[in-house]
Design a binder for this molecule. Structure first.
Ligand code: UDP
Ligand code: MG
Length: 166
């Protein structure tokens, strides 16, 4: 089945200069990148992204982690597209706990558990189609994605926006 999935290189991945390495690993999947941008994650976006985990004891630290408080204040957000994209990327990423992840998986190779117990596992990948849709729509506007993956509509909006001065 053709699918799309949200991939984030988390702040620890960027801080450790793993971007090239992780992208090379992901290219083994032969999937297409159909969207990509660097994002400075604020608390609101972080809490929406991880809303399913809000009752977990590690939630506050997880939000600080994804906002970059322990590393660099940025993530690389991407959408990968193609045959069985979700399971292919999840498999390359490895298990959530980097110590349980296969040592050749991305998380197994580069992740760590902090002294406060947060799994710094360098990459996020959507777990299923429902999650992928929610997450892609949270992180990207339709015009930032070069394929037609979900239904869109045109709305007229009069909002302020920052532009270059010349
Ligand atoms: N996480 C953690 N401790 C846990 C479970 C999760 O620090 O016991 C962090 C970890 O960074 C993980 C993220 O919370 O990637 C989201 O958790 P989820 O259960 O959704 O795992 P994932 O889908 O990322 O494998
Ligand atoms: Mg998850």
């Amino acid at each position: 089945m053709i699918q799309q999935t949200l991939v984030l290189i988390k702040p620890d991945g960027l801080k450790k200069s793993l971007t090239g390495n992780i992208l090379t690993r992901l290219s083994e999947t032969r999937l297409d990148i159909i969207a990509a941008k660097i994002v400075k994650v604020d608390k609101k976006l972080a809490e929406k992204h991880y809303c399913q985990l809000k009752d977990k004891p590690f939630f506050a630290d997880l939000i600080k982690y994804i906002c970059g408080e322990f590393h660099k204040k940025k993530v690389l957000a991407m959408v990968y597209y193609g045959e069985e994209a979700i399971s292919k990327v999840r498999e390359l990423a490895g298990l959530t706990n980097p110590e349980e992840a296969d040592s050749v998986s991305i998380r197994g190779a580069y992740g760590r558990i902090t002294t406060s117990g947060v799994f710094e596992n360098v990459i996020h990948a959507s777990a299923n189609e429902e999650e992928a849709e929610r997450e892609i729509k949270l992180w990207f506007e339709p015009d930032e994605v070069i394929a037609d993956i979900y239904l869109t509509k045109i709305v007229k909006k009069e909002t302020e926006k920052k532009v270059w001065t010349s």
